[in-house]
Design a protein around this ligand. Structure first.
Ligand code: SME
Length: 170
């Protein structure tokens, strides 16, 4: 049983460095990416304060489809270019949203969500894997430290689970 040691620091870069280490330890050796996505979401959800939803949307070749997550039930499918997730996917840019109600076309899965950060997931060869989505019930919850930390977390997930790399390794 993996017991993630609690990370007692208010220093965000330190927190995310430790989270990346824990995510790597949790996923190393496991080849099933759904299992790794489930544990990854649970790890982040329980490590970060003021988060009410976090999870994956995976691209199925046509649209984003909800994957493993923590939080209230969520919308199942998101078209590219729609909502914060679809915008992250098409722009290939992390979306740091201080106030979701001010984001044109925001898709409200949980009415408690006030701010959001969404990281696009590409294998580096223009192959869209999906997005990593984190919601907070607090306005302006996420800053540049959170953006960099979330991008580092996504990078370690892709490093250990990217299907194109994985197939190449098989
Ligand atoms: N808010 C997202 C939809 C996903 S829910 O937050 C889980 C969006 O606007 O794309």
């Amino acid at each position: 049983m993996f017991e993630a040691p609690s990370i007692s620091t208010s220093d965000k870069p330190t927190l995310y460095r430790e989270l990346v280490n824990q995510a790597r330890a949790l996923m190393t050796g496991e080849r099933d990416r759904v299992a790794n996505a489930a544990n990854f979401a649970a790890l982040v959800y329980h490590a970060l304060p003021q988060v009410n939803w976090c999870g994956f949307y995976f691209f199925d070749g046509h649209e984003l489809v909800v994957g493993p997550f923590q939080g209230k039930p969520a919308c199942l499918r998101i078209a590219l270019g729609k909502g914060v997730c679809g915008t992250a996917a098409t722009t290939k840019q992390t979306q740091l949203v201080a106030d979701v109600h001010a984001f044109p076309g925001h898709i409200p899965c949980d009415s408690a969500s006030e701010s959001e950060v969404v990281v696009p997931m590409y294998d580096g060869h223009d192959f869209l894997i999906g997005v990593w989505d984190v919601d907070s019930p607090v306005l302006n919850r996420f800053d540049d430290d959170d953006r960099r930390g979330m991008e580092a977390l996504v990078e370690v997930w892709i490093e250990l689970n990217d299907p194109t790399r994985f197939e190449a390794a098989a």
